[in-house]
Design a protein around this ligand. Structure first.
Ligand SMILES: Nc1ncnc2c1ncn2[C@@H]1O[C@H](COP(=O)(O)OP(=O)(O)O)[C@@H](O)[C@H]1O
Ligand SMILES: [Mg+2]
Length: 464
């Protein structure tokens, strides 16, 4: 068996549950599609899905045991608890209690996952670092991240998200961070929160879980900084940004199509970092990560060296050359999320790219409530400044499509499925294509259609 992550005694002590027979687990899983032999399978109940239906399958797949609160047709050891989500949360709390390293928690309206991944890269230069998978940042994602933290990890990086008020503080109290980062405050989920001030308050509530002498890392350039500072008044605060008052300050940056050379001042020490992720927003995320490194008392120079290897993630800024006919085009995959702040950031990156044509393929930004139509139409200037040909889909993006000049209007479709084949056919050699929209808008379909067209190009070329 791999290293034991949870012994039978710890499992029962942590959850208050009982085991049908003693077993140890080398990992944790909530999804049989990614389950590893030796994992404890946790039968979570979610929207339209009950993990208890997969427990027997998980045991057959080699799970060490299954955590359940309902009857299952068993073929292996069970950990019976009163409620599996409560059980997972208790595992998370117990794991945090036994964790001897440093924990950094990251929240913000955008940039959480990217900054979390930058911190994984940077802190790995100092010791064994465990970080959340993808965007595991909610009521099950945060305890799962904690409960998966290896015993000997020196650092743990947790992402904490929300889409309703009151969600961040209890997760932060569970994570008990030594350092809590707020990347930005923007109009994401404003449909639920009601105002940017309410969003700022919710983001700031991350400080409620800070350990004694914990440090809050706040965005110096945010118009909401006074509100964030007020909420963090009981804690040590470090700020990052362009503002001259920032503790970790962006002195100057030279942006190009592939990245930026950024010159920073970290608590009075200057340094330069080559970031292979284009865009001012990426430079800001790197500054937030460096501020957290400095707050942990670590040498920023080693973190800066490690960050040179950082590349953006799929759906969050990954760039890829694709074969188109006998030529190539550059694909900017931003299909994982979309709100006003991230749209403008991605359009800035598109504008930096040398291209025959700069094409934007944009899907609805969701959870904006009544602000939706105006937020979409409000992107017209940024689009006009960066795009030669615009493709859009969804009822809200119609507002943008109708607001831009005729000459850059490509095509508008009801949804991503209808738009995908149109875009795949329209691309040509030398184009640069940005694909972006909220996850719920399904822009991944456009990425898949473009890649499918690429494969068929290859096969035909191969056959030629
Ligand atoms: N600091 C930032 N400011 C504005 N937009 C950003 C920032 N960081 C990332 N983005 C944009 O938001 C998208 C999602 O980034 P991600 O790190 O996944 O954010 P989150 O985890 O908060 O949803 C990226 O693809 C990028 O377009
Ligand atoms: Mg995320």
């Amino acid at each position: 068996m791999n290293d034991v992550l949870w012994t039978a005694d710890e499992l029962t002590e942590a959850t208050g549950g009982t085991v049908t027979q003693p077993f140890a687990a080398s990992g944790l899983s909530i999804d049989t599609r990614t389950l590893q032999p030796g994992d404890l399978f946790i039968a979570l109940v979610g929207e339209g899905r009950d993990g208890h239906a997969f427990a027997a399958g998980a045991l057959k797949q080699g799970a060490a045991g299954a955590m359940v609160h309902d009857e299952v047709s068993r073929s292996g050891p069970l950990l019976r608890v009163d409620d599996t989500l409560a059980g997972l949360t208790r595992l998370g709390g117990y794991a945090r209690y036994r964790f001897g390293g440093k924990l950094v928690a990251v929240t913000g309206s955008v940039g959480k996952t990217t900054t979390k991944e930058m911190l994984r890269t940077a802190l790995s230069a100092f010791g064994n670092t465990h970080a959340a998978v993808a965007s595991y940042n909610n009521h099950w994602g945060v305890p799962l991240t904690l409960a998966r933290t290896p015993r000997d990890a020196a650092f743990c990086v947790a992402e904490i998200g929300m889409n309703h008020a009151g969600e961040i503080a209890p997760l932060s109290r569970l994570a008990r961070p030594h350092v809590a980062v707020v990347t930005t405050v923007a109009a994401a989920h404003i449909g639920y929160l009601g105002s940017i001030e309410a969003i700022a308050d919710e983001k700031a509530s991350i400080v409620q879980g800070l350990e004694p002498d914990g440090i809050a890392i706040l965005p110096a350039d945010s118009p909401q900084l006074p509100r964030l500072l007020a909420a963090a008044s009981g804690s040590i605060v470090m700020t990052f940004g362009v503002d001259p008052s920032a503790d970790v300050r962006l002195v100057h940056s030279e942006a190009d199509a592939d990245g930026s050379l950024i010159h920073v001042d970290i608590l009075g020490h200057t340094a330069s970092l080559r970031l292979n992720a284009p865009g001012q927003h990426m430079a800001m995320n790197a500054l937030a990560a460096l501020a957290a490194v400095a707050a942990l008392g670590l040498d920023p120079a080693r973190a800066i060296a490690a960050l040179a290897d950082f590349v953006p993630l799929a759906g969050r800024g990954l760039r890829r050359q694709i074969a188109i006919g006998r030529g190539t085009a550059l694909l900017l995959d931003e299909s994982y999320n979309g709100n006003g702040a991230s749209m403008r950031a991605a359009l800035d990156v598109l504008r930096l790219q040398p291209a025959r044509r700069r094409i934007a393929v944009l899907g609805d930004m969701l959870e904006l409530g009544d602000a939706g139509p105006a937020e979409h139409a409000g992107l017209a200037d940024a689009v006009t400044a960066s795009v030669d040909c615009l493709f859009t889909c969804g009822p809200l993006m119609r507002n943008l499509f109708d607001a831009v000049p005729d000459e850059i209007r490509g095509f508008h479709a009801v949804n991503a499925a209808a738009l995908a084949p149109v875009v795949a056919k329209a691309l040509g050699d030398g184009d640069t294509i940005l694909v972006k929209g909220s996850l719920g808008s399904g822009m991944k379909r456009v990425i898949d259609a473009i890649q499918a067209a690429e494969t068929s190009t290859h096969t035909t070329a191969g056959a030629g």
